[in-house]
Design a protein around this ligand. Structure first.
Ligand code: HEC
Ligand code: HEC
Length: 188
């Protein structure tokens, strides 16, 4: 009697299990189809906000130059595919080629304006050296011409805050030297 009951219970659990697996997979397929039709309606910026915040907080597009973004998006694409292979519990939505292109185009349009360090004049000057050292640690070297003289102090003090968070120490003397260099090479 007891054995018979156990078998009945086992079969019942098996049916419940199969049924829930079917519903879960149907839901995932439905979500995928929904997302695909939604993708085309999202702007590039919305696509960036959705896909690139799945594992970490969203980066400002200004945090990297266009050149850097090309490499980063490529690396993240690989990371996302690896993550996807690990296990399905935390589902990562992968980027289609179309989406990837859109995200990259948004990032490139809004990227940090950088400059080739080789084109910098007065390389021997201490301010120029400090600028090249400190200002290329988190992103490509920023072009001094992208801001006017009066705008640079605001930007540099914002950068000092990011540096503090990362444990990079820029003395006030260094900051002064860098700021002077930037202002000397800024647009009026
Ligand atoms: C699967 C999880 C995942 C997704 C999704 C993801 N990232 Fe990342 N991201 C990481 C990890 C892990 C790191 C740190 C390791 C590294 O930099 O390779 C990182 C680091 C970064 C960094 C810092 C890299 C640096 O060199 O300073 C940037 C910028 C970044 N991600 C941008 C993006 C963008 C843009 C997207 C969307 C296309 C994205 N991430 C989507 C996992 C992810
Ligand atoms: C600790 C990392 C870090 C360092 C070092 C750093 N930056 Fe940045 N920089 C960032 C981040 C993050 C952003 C994007 C967020 C923002 O714009 O506030 C950024 C963005 C910028 C931008 C684009 C801002 C805009 O509004 O267009 C400029 C210009 C810039 N940095 C200049 C500099 C200069 C000059 C230095 C050297 C004094 C420097 N950065 C050093 C992290 C850093």
């Amino acid at each position: 009697m007891i054995k018979g009951k156990n078998i009945q219970l086992f079969i019942l659990l098996l049916i419940i299990l199969i049924f829930s697996l079917i519903t879960i997979s149907e839901r995932l397929i439905a979500e995928d189809e929904l997302n695909e039709s939604q993708d085309s309606k999202l702007t590039e910026e919305q696509q960036y906000a959705f896909y690139c915040s799945q594992c970490h907080a969203l980066y400002s597009p200004k945090a990297k130059s266009a050149n850097e973004w090309v490499k980063i998006v490529q690396r993240m694409d690989i990371l996302m595919k690896e993550e996807d292979n690990w296990g399905k519990w935390q589902q990562i939505k992968l980027m289609s080629d179309e989406v990837k292109k859109g995200i990259l185009s948004y990032l490139e349009k809004n990227a940090l304006k950088s400059i080739d360090p080789d084109t910098i004049k007065n390389k021997q000057e201490i301010g120029s050296q400090k600028y090249r050292d400190f200002c290329s640690r988190c992103h490509d070297l920023p072009d001094p011409k992208q801001f006017t003289k009066d705008k640079w102090p605001i930007v540099v003090s914002r950068m000092r805050k990011y540096m503090q968070k990362e444990g990079i120490i820029m003395s006030s003397d260094d900051e002064e030297l860098i700021l002077t260099f930037l202002q000397d090479n800024a647009t009026d």
